[in-house]
Design a protein around this ligand. Structure first.
Ligand SMILES: *Cc1c(COP(=O)(O)O)cnc(C)c1O
Length: 217
C-alpha cells in the first residue's frame, strides 16, 4: 500500500481532536515530502542530527517535534526549529531548554516524559516524581509545560498496554485540574500511541499519536 492510502486509513481512524505526528526517522526526503504534500503538518524526529539534516530540505508549513531522548548539549541546535519537545526528563534538561529559549526570545513548549511502565525504557521520570518535578521547574519562565508523553513497552498482546495509558491519563487529568498551583503549566497535550498501540492509546485519552511504520512500511 502506498503512503497516501495509509494516511487515508489512519486519518479515517483517528478522531478529529487527535493530532497525528508523522514520525519520519530513517525516511527519505521524498517520502517525507509526500506526507507533507498530503497535508500532514506535524513531523517527529527522535534524533537531533536527523532533524537538522531534514529541516531545510522538506518544504511546507511544518511543525517539527523532537520526540526522542534529548541531550542537554544539543538543545541549542534545535531550540529555534521545533514546535514541541516531547522528552523532557530531567531538571537539568528543562533548565537548559529555558536558557536557550530565553536567548531566542521564545517560550518553548515541552512535554514531560513519564516512564509509567518502569520496564524497557530507561527514559522518563517516575509517576511519583511528576508533581515535585513540575515544582522544581516552575520558575523556568521560558518554558511552558503543555502536557505529558509516555511510551508503552512493546508487547504482542496490546491490551497489556491499556493500564499504562490509563494511568498516564489519570496523571494528566490530575495535573490539569490542579495546574494553577504551578507557574508555567498549561496542560493540553497527551502524547501517547505509536503504530502498534495507537487505537488503545486513543481509547484511553491520547490526543496526539506518533506514527512512523504505520505510514511508511
Ligand atoms: C520511532 C518512534 C515512534 C514511532 O514508532 P512506530 O512504531 O514507527 O510508529 C514514536 N515515538 C517515538 C519516541 C519514537 O522514537
Amino acid at each position: 500500500m502506498n503512503i497516501e492510502k495509509k494516511l487515508d486509513q489512519i486519518m479515517k481512524e483517528i478522531p478529529q481532536n487527535v493530532t497525528l505526528v508523522a514520525v519520519t526517522k530513517h525516511r527519505s526526503i521524498e517520502e517525507i515530502q509526500r506526507v507533507v504534500d498530503y497535508g500532514i503538518k506535524d513531523l517527529g524526529e527522535n534524533r537531533v542530527q536527523e532533524l537538522l539534516d531534514k529541516y531545510d530540505k522538506i518544504k511546507g508549513d511544518i511543525r517539527w517535534h523532537l520526540i526522542g531522548h534529548l541531550q542537554t548539549n544539543k538543545v541549542k541546535y534545535i531550540i529555534d526549529k521545533v514546535d514541541l519537545i516531547h522528552s523532557v526528563d530531567s531538571v537539568k534538561l528543562a533548565k537548559e531548554i529555558n536558557t536557550q529559549a530565553k536567548k531566542h526570545g521564545r517560550i518553548m513548549r515541552v512535554l514531560i516524559q513519564v516512564n509509567v511502565s518502569m520496564e524497557d525504557s530507561k527514559f522518563g521520570i517516575e509517576v511519583e516524581e511528576v508533581e515535585s518535578f513540575l515544582q522544581q521547574i516552575s520558575h523556568e519562565s521560558n518554558i511552558s509545560v503543555v502536557g505529558f508523553m509516555t511510551m508503552a513497552p512493546f508487547t504482542e498482546n496490546i491490551e497489556e498496554t491499556r493500564h499504562i495509558f490509563r494511568k498516564m491519563h489519570e496523571i494528566y487529568d490530575k495535573i490539569k485540574d490542579n495546574q494553577d498551583a504551578f507557574k508555567n503549566v498549561n496542560i493540553e497535550t497527551l502524547s501517547m500511541g505509536m503504530t502498534n498501540d495507537y487505537p488503545i492509546a486513543i481509547e484511553e485519552g491520547s490526543n496526539l499519536v506518533r506514527i512512523g511504520r504505520g505510514i511508511f512500511v
